[in-house]
Design a protein around this ligand. Structure first.
Ligand code: UGA
Length: 436
């Protein structure tokens, strides 16, 4: 199949490279010439494990090309995927569709009948209808519009794309369904189920999935608070409930609250959609509030670990990205935490294996350490904010010896209290008994 992918962000670039790897002919299009020049030179605009070699090998075979010129990029395409950004609009949280609309208007000038336009970006219910309307206004006929939301996670994007739990295709005509079935045929070998739905249903499925996962995380975070008050262990509670197939073990890891480019934005956009049609979504609304409070309260945990006072204290922060294996800082729990630490008079030395460059744009009044050892040296408290693998096997004794104080605030429950205490540290986990 010949595929055009408009937008080379996370979803666009990963999907484009994986489609090419399936054997399709893919052209990735982006207005940002810096990104396209970089891709031609083998430089990735994002940090994602395995992406560089996947892009390079498919580009070398001629299956994956890049251009800033939309008309030539979509010229022969049987399917045109729209994977441009849909950021939360400032003020109301509604998904900003201006990039999607601009791409469709540009497409309208050159698109041929029989082509299938597919939204891959996360777009609110009814966006497919709007795209159809724009195309009609521009005099385009005989083009199908489908929705094919993407469920990949950052940091595991390629594996998720190639081994999805399911593929959701929302289409209103048989031709669109046939084209998308053909595009995903290589995945049927991996037994990935493909679910055909109406277009609006597919659009909503994406938001419902992200909102449900956000609910799971906020739920276990609240249970973690309860565990701390009644001397129970949230890790065991999560395991105990997760082994029930109806609940499932994933997304029950208590921590500093969810961040990233998706959950915070998509939960707000779902609420916007619900407001617009006058249907209250109390669970999602509460989830958003619980998560905001959670992120804001992490600084109090650090203060409590230091007897209540942060002024003049040195804090070593390990991990800044919103999760491991990414340099993405969007809505990262580290942001409110580090900012509050600084506001309350603490000195912060932070280390993140890859997010430093992104983080330097956000934090101007902290120091960035070259490695974990440098971040913890002389610290009164060390705070693990992101569970990078390299923070899972720290030499705790050495760390305790290098610190000024003894507090280890483990916001990801990477360590056990016993091992930390054996190393001479005072341990503060999340949802683990009275000392939390
Ligand atoms: C999320 C979804 O998992 C993907 O399925 C979806 O495609 C994607 O959003 C999207 O809409 O594009 P992502 O944001 O990359 O993926 O990262 P996750 O692994 O889902 O983590 C999100 C946040 O939840 C992180 O801050 C993570 O630390 C937190 N989290 C996750 C927890 O606090 N506990 C958990 O048990 C799991």
């Amino acid at each position: 199949m010949r595929i055009a992918m408009i937008g080379t962000g996370y979803v666009g670039l990963v999907s484009g490279a994986c489609f090419a790897d399936f054997g399709h002919q893919v052209c990735c299009i982006d207005k940002d010439s810096g990104k396209i020049d970089g891709l031609h030179a083998g430089r990735m605009p994002i940090w994602e494990p395995g992406l560089e070699s996947l892009v390079k090998s498919n580009a070398e075979r001629g299956r994956l090309t890049f251009t800033t010129d939309l008309p030539s990029g979509v010229a022969d395409a049987e399917a045109i995927f729209i994977a441009v950004g849909t950021p939360a609009r400032r003020g109301d949280g509604h998904a900003d569709l201006s990039f999607v609309h601009a791409a469709v208007r540009e497409l309208a000038k050159v698109i041929k009948p029989g082509t299938v336009v597919v939204t891959k970006s996360t777009v609110p219910v009814g966006t497919g209808d709007e795209i159809e309307k724009i195309l009609k206004e521009e005099g385009v006929e005989g083009v199908s519009v489908a929705s094919n939301p993407e469920f990949l996670r950052e940091g595991a994007a390629i594996a998720d794309f190639k081994h999805p739990d399911r593929i959701v295709v929302g289409a209103e005509d048989e031709h669109a369904r046939d084209v998308l079935r053909e595009i995903y045929r290589p995945l049927f070998l991996n037994r990935a189920p493909i679910l055909f739905t109406g277009r609006r249903t597919a659009e909503l499925t994406k938001y419902a999935a992200n909102a449900f996962l956000a609910v799971k995380i906020s739920f276990i975070n609240e249970i973690a608070n309860l565990c701390e008050a009644v001397d129970a262990d949230v890790q065991d509670v999560a395991r105990g409930i997760g082994l029930d197939n109806r609940i499932g073990p994933k997304f029950l890891h208590a921590g500093p609250g969810y961040g990233g480019s998706c959950f915070p934005k998509d939960t707000l956009a779902l609420l916007q959609t619900a407001d617009k049609v006058g249907v209250d979504q109390r669970i999602v609304r509460t989830t958003v509030a619980v998560n905001d409070d959670r992120k804001a309260s992490m600084v109090d945990r650090v203060a409590a670990a230091l007897g209540g006072e942060l002024s003049g204290k040195r804090i070593g922060v390990l991990g800044l990205a919103f999760k491991p294996n990414t340099d993405d800082m969007r809505d990262a729990p580290s942001i409110p935490l580090v900012q509050s630490l600084v506001e309350r008079g603490a000195e912060v030395a932070a280390f993140d294996p890859v997010a430093r460059e992104q983080a330097e744009r956000i934090f101007t009044d902290i120091s960035f350490a070259a490695d974990a050892a440098a971040a913890v040296a002389g610290a009164d408290a060390v705070v693990i904010v992101t569970e990078w693998d390299e923070f899972r096997a720290l030499d705790l004794e050495e760390m305790a010896g290098a610190m000024r104080g003894r507090a280890l605030v483990d916001l990801r429950n990477v360590y056990d209290r016993e091992e930390a205490e054996r190393a001479g540290l005072t341990y503060f986990g999340v949802g683990r008994g009275r000392q939390g």
